[in-house]
Design a protein around this ligand. Structure first.
Ligand code: C2E
Ligand code: MG
Ligand code: MG
Ligand code: MG
Length: 281
């Protein structure tokens, strides 16, 4: 059947588009009740010191337990939630939950900066700062326990607004990291202009860092420049020891990836060791 259809690429393509569109219509519909029905959960992925593997922080990553489909990837539903505007109530829920989870970690003796991803739509919306303050107040955690990750798309409506907001966050003790750096339309001048404290190198650069010398050159360039600008550099998507050693050699500060740990539920996080052993695979 596939072979027959394969003769007509257009038909193939059209079929795909229809399937994907139908899927997103259904998912979009289900998103509306997901929050009410408590189907979301925050997972946490460790971020470690490159050289020692010592636990230095966590990134909150949302998971959707769909009643029929099982786990749906945020890469799939976050863009849909952005299209429908659902990202606003969902984003608020995420902020509240992450602060509650941090409070829980403190009770269990784990004190670590926790980063939360903020959609540009949510970030640029009036009232965002109030939502942050509200979440902090309700949970009672100190504001410097929370970090925020944004991508360069926060600059879409003009840099001044974004810079102003990042400065407001800084003023209350919340640090901001620039996520997925190197993809999209990243410009080097963002590193200079944005009052961020950290830059996260996208996995796309890390994937073949040990084999692609051109990628490696870009990574090295970004690390060196970021350090000259007093920024901390995190590499995402570390899956093997060769990548770890390569990035240590290039003076990358922090690493995040399956080599150390996958994103995990809150319960698992509180029993993590101080130094993460690397997985054998
Ligand atoms: P991100 O913020 O860049 O998060 C890193 C992604 O890389 C996560 O995917 C993480 O599971 C994955 N990852 C980490 N280490 C490895 C590795 O070694 N190998 C591979 N293959 N992947 C690795 P995840 O959890 O599926 O999230 C995807 C994206 O969805 C995130 O990218 C972020 O843009 C968005 N997202 C996730 N949670 C949230 C959230 O709470 N709010 C918002 N607005 N966006 C979120
Ligand atoms: Mg992130
Ligand atoms: Mg990222
Ligand atoms: Mg990403």
């Amino acid at each position: 059947e596939a072979k027959q259809q394969g003769r007509n690429t257009w038909q193939w393509y059209q079929g795909d588009v229809q399937r994907i569109t139908r899927e997103s219509v259904l998912l979009r519909r289900d998103l509306h009740t997901a929050l009410r029905d408590d189907q979301f959960e925050l997972f946490y992925q460790p971020i470690v010191e490159a050289v020692s593997g010592r636990l230095r922080g966590l990134e909150a990553l949302i998971r959707w337990h769909h009643p029929e489909r099982g786990l749906v990837s945020p890469g799939l539903f976050i863009p849909l939630a952005e299209q429908t505007g659902q990202i606003i109530p969902l984003g608020r829920w995420i902020l509240e939950r992450v602060c509650q989870d941090i409070a829980h970690m403190h009770i269990r003796g784990l004190r670590m900066p926790v980063a939360v991803n903020i959609s540009s739509l949510q970030f640029r919306r009036e009232g965002f700062m109030d939502d942050v303050k509200q979440a902090l107040e309700t949970s009672g955690i100190p504001s410097n326990c929370l970090e925020i990750e944004v991508t360069e798309s926060v600059l879409l409506d003009g840099a001044e607004q974004a810079i102003d907001l990042i400065n407001q966050l800084k003023a209350v003790g919340i640090k901001v990291a620039l996520d997925d750096f190197g993809t999209g339309f990243s410009s080097l001048s963002y590193l200079r202009d944005l009052p961020i404290h950290k830059v996260k190198l996208d996995r796309a650069f890390i994937k073949d860092i040990t084999t692609d010398i051109r990628n490696a050159a870009i990574v090295q360039g970004i690390i060196t420049m970021a350090h000259h600008l007093d920024l901390i550099v995190v590499a995402e998507g570390i899956e093997d020891r060769d990548q770890q050693h390569d990035l240590i050699r290039r003076d990358c500060d922090l690493l995040q990836g399956f080599l150390f740990a996958r994103p995990m539920p809150l319960d698992a996080v509180v029993s993590l060791p101080e130094v993460l052993p690397v997985s054998k695979a």
